[in-house]
Ligand binder design. Sequence first.
Ligand code: SF4
Length: 257
Amino acid sequence: MEKDILVRMQEDLERALKRPADKRRWAMLLDTRKCTTCSACTVACASENKLPPAQWYRPVWEEELGSYPKIQRISLPRPCMQCDKPPCVTACPVKGPDGATWKETKGIGAGIVPINYAKCIGCAKCVPACPYGARFIDSGRFHTDGTPELMKYEKGRAFEYGKVLVREGKNQPVGNARKCHFCQHRLANGMLPQCITSCVCRMGYFGDESDPESLIAQTIAANKAKLQVLKKGAGTLPRVYYLGNADLSIFNKHLKA
Ligand code: SF4
């Protein structure tokens, strides 16, 4: 019997974590043909990272193609692309190796674009700079605001970037820029990103693209001609690839012009 792809990717991850950072290339591939728009990934991510209401790291967008009776609905999850040329980093005024956001080159997070909440000044310049709408400023709101009781789990701990995060007080995300980080804290603990683990359709692939034994590298190699990235013309060199029958430019209306 063939292994479930999650089991295979877990094995790939364990191998990847033993490789030096400069030999590893984290990447994600999303097969839109398998997505059912259940949004389990969106919700699991919000729970994992304690996101404010209506502010998502990984929304799932839907578009319709064709006309009756030949209609097709296409769903597209949109995480941060962890661009190799990230305009969000260029736009950030808090520069330098100890800045607010940068393209990581070392450690588990090499290749990921993180945010340091202790350095971010909440100026929001990175938000419109991202062509994918992947960044937002944490509103400070809670899902149970306005109800008889603010639920304790809303103020519970999250672990982004390996730090304890509580969404209140100094050096915390409220009022600062936020975005998907491929669940760097989970990778550091030998776990796949939450969106990949929670996808009931197994539409997400994650791993070290530079390991030829990995499922993601083999899936990329087998589908090279069919791979797409969002807004290729933006020149940001995304590390999130898409597979599917539809031309993804139908989603450009969700993206910055
Ligand atoms: Fe930055 Fe947007 Fe690229 Fe993510 S998708 S690295 S937020 S420009």
